[in-house]
Design a binder for this molecule. Structure first.
Ligand code: IMP
Ligand code: MG
Length: 184
């Protein structure tokens, strides 16, 4: 078998595939319980949420509609800004739906703070956030996810959908990049 060349850039594996799977299962159970009998619309935030979204939706035991939004927050390198631009919007109006945002990682909160206000303005039946990772100490805007995988330290992570410079999204686990990769 050919070796995975991406592994050369990883300093440390933080969360294994098994760990992620257990977390996703736990979240899916909570969501399935809470949204039974409701009209659930999962809104994945592209591109980082794709792996989480596809795993999460398959663990749900209730019907769910899915849709996606893509936003850019004019970030450079490893930081996002407060200026959010909608690059792809939803297909449906939200008046009939219990909206659950599915996000990979909550950092400054700039992106989700903006997006929450934007989507709440469309009068969904209910509105909540599910994030796989959270860096609470980095928060600049108030954002309170109802469903959360794990709190993580202030480190830049990649894999399981998360990228650095559009790379490493396809790693099946989550790892910390070697500092020299940023300074290249
Ligand atoms: P926020 O607006 O600062 O909360 O940024 C959230 C977005 O920044 C996430 O959806 C990710 O796209 C990106 N992000 C934040 N931290 C990381 C990280 O550690 N690895 C990869 N992407 C990150
Ligand atoms: Mg993202």
């Amino acid at each position: 078998m050919t070796e995975n060349v991406m592994l050369n850039d990883i300093e440390e594996v933080l969360y294994s595939e098994e760990f992620l799977k257990e977390n996703v299962k736990r979240l899916a159970k909570e969501i399935s319980d809470d949204y039974a009998g409701k009209n659930l619309l999962l809104v994945g935030i592209l591109k980082g949420s794709i792996v989480f979204m596809t795993d999460l939706m398959r663990e749900l035991t209730i019907p769910a509609r899915i849709d996606f939004m893509q936003v850019s927050s004019y970030g450079t390198g490893t930081k996002s800004s407060g200026i959010v631009q909608i690059k792809k919007d939803l297909e449906v109006g939200l008046e009939d739906y219990d909206v659950l945002i599915v996000e990979d990682i909550l950092d400054s909160g700039n992106t989700l703070h903006y997006l929450s206000n934007f989507l709440k303005g469309r009068n969904p039946v209910s509105f909540e956030i599910c994030t796989l990772f959270d860096k609470p100490e980095r928060r600049e805007k108030p954002v309170f996810p109802k469903y959360k995988g794990v709190d993580i330290p202030d480190k830049f992570i990649v894999g399981y959908g998360l990228d650095y410079d559009e790379k490493y999204r396809n790693l099946p686990f989550v790892g910390v990049l070697k500092p020299e990769v940023y300074s290249k």
